[in-house]
Design a binder for this molecule. Structure first.
Ligand code: PT1
Length: 286
């Protein structure tokens, strides 16, 4: 198992679990500050998540929650570019959550480190866009159908081998274009066209996904499956169970967790590390 994730500017050490902080760039419908206001807010959020201990920032201009509308190329570029331009100055790994090859090329040109793609680079030209870069990191995620329709007809049966084989195939297709294994991480795509039971099967049996031989990145943060098993209706109130899910994912071999609540997740992982140090008979860090 690789202990690093090679990205454009940074080799991310995966010996310890890493926290990827979510930065959404969406227009603020409550202020008429327009694009400038949402850029400022997102850049401030980047700095805050860094201060809270994030290892990676994940910047996204289109919501891919079930049923969310797609965003045009021009709109996505207008949202993401000014934020990435500032984020790359923070001297920490910057990931961009996009499936559009034009956005990938633009942000890689600006110095972004990682492409995080819910479509696993299946959009025409996407694989070529990342393969053309000498060293950017890539996250390939499993999604059933598309964000508009995935929950209307979720997957059927035992999803774990289906997800594992899909991710292996997509990684193979990318490696065939010359992309080194150390650049790739895999993601089961929690909430992307799966039932609540299937999402939890992917957690319980997450180790089966490690057989693909690449590090796992997983995102449970505030998702509806967390709501379903806790009865917490409002996504914003799902912090504690989201931290629990992140910890369980790391316990089952995830290398990176994608979260909204960075400070709390970092703290939970510190508890796990303290326990492991003790198990290994090492001295506890103060
Ligand atoms: C994810 C992910 C992502 N999730 C990666 N990128 C989202 N690599 C966006 C719900 O059920 O897990 N991995 N980018 C957000 N998507 C969802 C999906 C949000 C489902 C909410 C739900 O509530």
């Amino acid at each position: 198992m690789t202990a690093v994730w090679r990205t454009a500017r940074f080799e991310i050490d995966l010996a310890q679990a890493c926290v990827m902080g979510i930065v959404n760039v969406t227009p603020d419908s409550f202020s008429d500050g327009g694009a400038h206001a949402s850029t400022e807010a997102a850049v401030r959020h980047c700095a805050q998540l860094m201060e809270e201990g994030a290892d990676i920032l994940d910047i996204g201009g289109e919501s891919t929650r079930p049923g969310s509308p797609a965003v045009s190329l021009d709109e996505e570029l207008a949202r993401v570019i000014p934020v990435v331009r500032e984020a790359v100055k923070l001297n920490m790994p910057v990931s961009v959550d996009t499936y559009k090859p034009e956005v990938m090329r633009a942000v890689l040109d600006l110095g972004a480190d990682i492409v995080n793609d819910i479509w696993a680079l299946r959009q025409p030209g996407a694989r070529e866009a990342v393969a053309a870069h000498p060293s950017c990191g890539i996250c390939l995620m499993h999604m059933h159908r598309d964000p508009q329709t995935m929950q209307a007809a979720p997957m059927e049966g035992d999803v774990v081998p289906v997800v594992r084989e899909f991710l292996s195939e997509q990684a193979h297709a990318l490696r065939a274009l010359g992309v080194a294994r150390e650049r790739i991480t895999l993601d089961p795509g929690i909430g992307f066209g799966k039932t609540v039971v299937q999402n939890f099967a992917l957690l319980a049996r997450q180790r089966e996904l490690l057989a693909a031989g690449m590090p796992l990145l997983v995102g449970w943060s505030r998702k509806s499956s967390i709501g379903a098993v806790t009865g917490i209706e409002a996504a914003i109130e799902r912090m504690a169970p989201s931290v629990a899910a992140a910890l369980l994912a790391v316990e089952r071999g995830a290398s990176i967790v994608r979260v909204h609540d960075v400070r709390e997740t970092v703290a939970a992982l510190a508890v796990r590390r303290a326990m492991i140090s003790q198990q290994q008979g090492q001295e506890l860090q103060p």
